[in-house]
Design a protein around this ligand. Structure first.
Ligand code: ATP
Length: 453
């Protein structure tokens, strides 16, 4: 049997949509399924070029590159089709493009493709969420310390994390206010959303407004074309951490009143208020009430921010946390610095307990880091590694001289001194611990070190 032109035509028409275009992209042949999909009568096919029917399809790429393009999609008259295009050569000369539409299982394939697209979007969203969670992987456990003030602080954190009210965290520099803010956020029902931090002292005053509220497109020359989202909007459903709030220029302070009071913001140049659901946590190392009295902080803003207040105690008021902080930092810093210091000499601990840490935990960590660098290759941190690092001038020792001011009391640094001191207090451990600003447990540890217990 010989294949006639009629038979060939019947075969071609029984296939899925198929067409052949010349090197200019003009249709030379198309079958009836192609006509069905494109809505172009077969007798008119030659009047069209690929660019008119499928302007962005793989067949055009094949026309330009003379290379096959497999399994791309084209949408014609609202229907999505899977196609492949092949270059046709005749004795090595490029002759045109054959495009075949693969209809089999199209429904299944498009459903599957849609599913893949949806799943990859979901995955991207989840990834973003995991990343924001990882960024805020600070939990309450990152706050090292088991002293009474720290336990009280942790209890407060748990309590306030459940509320949506604005929190003001006060405390000296380096006490861990940012860690507290992270802990509140990560314990709150908003923990899956992000916590956005804004350092009020680090933004130039002319940029404060656009940082807080963003701007709409084309607001000013030099501004991003697409406009900019402000930090309040960015923190929507999450937490906005306003660090160093006391440094916010007085003239700009009223701008915060509306978002805090009305829960809405307006982008610069925008016409519509945007509702926001943000929990605000502010932190300061200068008491805001004093700033307010000096006229540096607006009273109305103060009362809007100071709803729940948390005070982070300085390290000198919780010296019993020092041994735990030291051993935690020793582990993390050894790993970071590649050092192998496994012990801290008692003399170092005494120096640490006697120091008043004006830079608080941050200073302790920095001193440890510098000391470990000095102790490279050794396995014990010794007094000579730290002495020169404790630069703050301490008040005159009061404990041995008989003073009763606990803030000024210095822990005796030798067995004899300690013995003398204990005698002067008639052995009363409660008074001694109170004067030295340490817990009774820490005192007993010290006494054990001096072999006095
Ligand atoms: N209780 C703590 N446990 C472990 N690390 C702490 C603790 N408190 C502070 N730190 C560490 O000390 C450093 C300073 O902490 P943080 O930035 O939270 O302090 P801050 O009070 O916000 O300081 P500032 O007022 O200067 O911004 C950080 O490295 C932090 O991890």
């Amino acid at each position: 049997m010989r294949l006639t032109a009629k038979m060939a035509n019947t075969i071609l028409n029984s296939l899925d949509a198929l067409c052949f275009t010349d090197t200019n992209g003009r249709y030379v042949y198309a079958n009836s399924k192609w006509s069905e999909f494109t809505g172009i009568p077969l007798e008119d096919a030659h009047k069209y070029r690929l660019h008119d029917v499928v302007p962005e399809a793989g067949s055009i790429t094949t026309l330009q590159t003379q290379k096959p393009v497999m399994d791309y999609t084209v949408t014609i008259n609202g229907k999505t089709l899977f196609c492949s295009s092949f270059p046709i050569f005749d004795e090595g000369r490029f002759n045109g493009v054959l495009s075949i539409t693969r209809m089999t299982g199209l429904r299944f394939a498009t459903d599957l493709a849609n599913k893949v697209i949806r799943l990859s979007q979901e995955l991207a969203e989840r990834d973003a969420k995991i990343q924001s969670l990882a960024k805020c992987s600070y939990s309450i456990n990152n706050l090292i310390g088991d002293s009474v003030p720290m336990r009280k602080l942790k209890e407060e954190i748990v309590l306030v994390s459940r509320s949506k009210s604005t929190v003001l965290i006060e405390g000296e520099t380096g006490t861990g206010k940012e860690l507290v803010a992270h802990a509140i956020h990560s314990l709150s029902p908003r923990s899956a959303e992000r916590m956005v931090r804004i350092n009020c002292s680090a933004i130039p005053s002319e940029l404060v407004e656009s940082e807080f509220f963003g701007y709409v497109e084309g607001t000013f020359t030099g501004a991003s074309k697409a406009g900019k989202i402000g930090k309040f909007e960015l923190a929507n459903h999450g937490t906005l951490f306003l660090d160093e709030i006391s440094q916010l220029p007085l003239a700009l302070q009223p701008k915060l009143l509306r978002p805090l009071q009305e829960s809405e913001v307006e982008r610069i140049g925008g016409k519509q208020p945007i509702p926001i659901d943000v929990r605000v946590i502010a932190a300061t190392n200068v008491p805001l009430v004093e700033q307010m009295k000096k006229g540096l902080f607006r009273e109305d803003l103060y009362y809007r921010i100071n709803i729940i207040q948390i005070h982070v105690p300085p390290l000198r008021q919780r010296k019993e946390d020092i041994p735990l902080l030291v051993s935690t930092f020793l582990t993390t810093l050894n790993a970071q610095l590649n050092t192998t210091v496994s012990h801290v000499d008692d003399a170092v601990m005494v120096l640490f307990l006697n120091y008043d840490w004006p830079g608080n935990v941050r200073e302790l960590r920095n001193v440890m880091e510098a000391a470990l660098n000095r102790a490279q290759g050794e396995d014990t941190l010794l007094a000579r590694h730290v002495e020169q690092l404790l630069t703050h001038k301490l008040p005159e020792p009061a404990a041995v001289s008989g003073g009763l001011n606990p803030a000024a009391a210095r822990i005796p640094s030798s067995r004899e001194e300690m013995l003398k001191y204990i005698e002067s207090r008639k052995g009363n451990k409660s008074i001694i611990a109170k004067e030295l600003g340490i817990s009774r447990t820490t005192l007993y540890k010290l006494l054990k070190e001096y072999k006095l217990y």
